[in-house]
Design a protein around this ligand. Sequence first.
Ligand SMILES: [Zn+2]
Ligand SMILES: [Zn+2]
Length: 343
Amino acid sequence: MSVLMVKYYLASTVALILLLHKVNGELYATTATNVTFVFPSLEAKFGPRLPMNGLRGIINTANPIDACSTIRPPPYNSSKLNWFVVIRRGGCDFSVKVYTAQQAGYAAAIVYNNGGSNEITRMEGGPDFAVVQIPSIFVGEETGFALRESFFYATGATIVLARTFPSLWTFYCLPFVMIGVICILMLLGLAISGLHMMVQKHRDRNRLRRRVDSLPTKKFKKGRDDQIYDVCAVCLEDYEDNDKLRLLPCNHAFHARCIDPWILGQDKSTCPLCKQPINKKAEQTDCECNRTEEETEPNQYAASAITNHEGAEAALGATGTSESTPLMLYNLQPELTLSDSPK
Ligand SMILES: [Zn+2]
Ligand SMILES: [Zn+2]
């Protein structure tokens, strides 16, 4: 084995190892003395694929070498072997080169890189790629030189062009990568749905907060209000001067600090005493958010009391009168309405 052969052997082995992670196409070159060398290669994106068990033949060098114009046909007809032509990269589209080889009568084209590059890329066709009817492969520049010099048909060497299979890296790692991607997508989906639920919960809470804030409040004054309200049914403490009372649509009153968390903490938002929902009334007063005692006219209380009179009576019938939290039936107690009027 000559020094040149050893060099090719080492070069092809190193190139093969380096490119194993992305290229698994191979070109087998067998000398007349039956020594086989393997060179990495890659099939083109255009044209037919190589047969499953490869294509066997002998090689000639293109003339002109770039095959951008008509090239000379194979030197003679071979009934046993296919003719392959070695073409240098550059000057025109890959598909033009391969089509030129096809027109000259070659069974396949081997295009090698130029400019000192041994990089192996997948050849893309130009606009006319559809006319290409023969397979073609791409090899590094050193492989091209080796084929031209040492595996030329006159040396008696034969070549087998093997199909490009997915690389080992792709074959073994792709399933793991896919599983990883699926897991990431699932986690992303869970995170998004969790975020959506959080936002929804926050919105619901804000809506409820606005409803609670829209309910009227009243500052408790001893001597004025203790005939109507005396004890908060939530904390069971007596009302003190300046306690802020929240008045529910059912006319029950509680400490604002007691009833607000109660309403916000439960889903149905009902009065803890009579179980009447606060929502309907609150929706009606949504436009009057944060209405306070000062802003609330006594007439509105009266109107509210009249509107809710029947409901309140029904509630009384259902739950019995609560001595600790009398109803605000202003229309039945005109003297209290008067005492409640702003001075
Ligand atoms: Zn309370
Ligand atoms: Zn109530």
